[in-house]
Design a protein around this ligand. Structure first.
Ligand code: GLA
Length: 395
């Protein structure tokens, strides 16, 4: 589905009145090919930006007020001011994303204008394709465009990550904001989350296609203590680091733990923490190996590593779910598919499959029919996507 900027301008004028200079920003969603739950452990990730995206139409206001609405949350207008401290909305309210971005840009010393803003999307919200980071980055670029300010993409990514930590209170890593701001068209990005080094790797469309299938489920696993499973995983990784430090004081994160060291901890370290660590250590290696195999055009190997990644996320890190297991294993049955796995944080959301171009139609049809005819009985959204560029001002 393509977003029509003329239609967006009309919707904007209906919501906020005609006139003035209206800017349009686009920010893509992302899919991670491999390297899951490694970013907050200083490891490697390998995402690319995808065709579904958000677009923000915005116009400056002189009174420091922000009026923000979104076709994702039709009929609601969030209002806040950038003159004083930016107020947080109730926990769980979507407007904490734009509010957080405004607050963090302010804290970074950016001269802030008020704005009227309308967000629209072809990227589903909450589907594990990083709609949150897309919304944050589009909002930030809107404020920057109105202030006539350019910002280096990684600085922007870090500001948006901080916004997500402090306003919606999601303790995310840097992968999503990094790829949404820096993606290169036709490429996936190998990113070293410790050194902050990026390496774009070509994804030749005549050789390789990426297919995404959405389970359409999101298992909300917030515990009685208010902690999400994501936050618990981060904590468990931290417990692992504490243990490994007692063995080797130089260890700062799971990135520093070797496979030998992690295997030696079996039986000594709490079993859950041990398995979390084993996933992260293995996944950091798989991610680098997959990027090297992609460069070498050894697509079978990339696919094998993707399958191993899924298995490790399912059994050791325990962030998969039945629906993700089902769709991944069905994808792996289709001729011409190199490999498939869950992608993103987990507990629902999407799988990603890498396949030969000639396999795309059969893969999409197979996933649609088998999922619909399974006990889940749901129509999944399944699509092929090319690797797109990072966020930017369109008009
Ligand atoms: C979410 C987070 C990312 C990353 C992934 C798991 O998408 O926002 O930072 O941790 O989960 O790889």
């Amino acid at each position: 589905m393509q977003i029509d900027n003329n239609l967006l301008r009309q919707q904007f004028a209906q919501a906020f009145g005609p006139g003035g200079r209206v800017r349009i920003i686009r920010a893509p969603g992302r899919v991670n090919l491999i390297g899951e739950h490694t970013d907050y452990n200083d490891g490697f990730v390998f995402p690319m930006a995808i065709e579904p995206e958000v677009r923000l139409a915005c116009r400056a206001r002189e009174d420091g007020k922000v009026r923000f609405s979104s076709t994702l949350f039709a009929g609601e207008v969030a209002e806040f001011s950038v003159d004083g401290d930016v107020a947080r909305a109730a926990h769980g309210h979507w407007s904490n994303y734009p509010r957080g971005v405004a607050a963090m840009l302010k804290a970074a010393g950016i001269p802030m204008m008020g704005m009227d803003a309308l967000l629209t999307n072809s990227l589903p919200g909450g589907g594990g394709l990083s709609s949150s980071a897309a919304i944050e980055v589009a909002t930030a670029q809107g404020f920057l465009a109105l202030a006539g300010y350019n910002m280096e993409p990684m600085r922007l990514a870090l500001i948006c990550q901080k916004a997500e930590h402090e306003y919606p209170k999601v303790p995310c890593g840097i992968m999503d904001q990094m790829i949404v701001t820096t993606a290169k068209i036709g490429h996936a990005m190998l990113f070293d989350c410790r050194a902050f080094m990026r390496k774009p790797i070509p994804m030749p469309p005549e050789e390789l296609q990426v297919v995404i299938a959405n389970t359409m489920v999101k298992h909300d696993l917030t515990g009685a203590d208010g902690k999400t499973e994501y936050a618990k995983r981060r904590e468990q990784c931290g417990m692992g680091v504490t243990y490994f430090k007692t063995i080797k004081p130089g260890i700062k994160s799971l990135r520093d733990v070797t496979p030998e060291l992690v295997n030696g901890a079996q039986g000594k370290l709490d079993d859950v923490v041990f398995r979390r660590c084993r996933h992260v250590v293995g996944e950091t290696q798989r991610c680098q190996d997959a990027a090297a195999a992609l460069v070498a055009k050894d697509y079978n190997k990339v696919g094998e590593l993707m399958k191993q990644s899924h298995e490790s996320l399912r059994a050791d890190f325990e962030v998969s779910c039945e629906e993700l297991d089902f769709l991944s294993s069905e994808a792996n049955k289709v001729a011409g598919v190199y490999g498939a796995r869950m992608t993103g944080g987990g507990f629902g959301g999407c799988i990603v499959a890498l396949c030969q171009p000639s396999a795309v139609a059969a893969l999409i049809a197979h996933l649609q029919t088998t999922y619909k005819n399974s006990k889940y009985g749901i129509d999944p959204v399944v699509f092929a996507t090319s690797a797109t560029s990072g966020a930017g001002v369109m008009e």
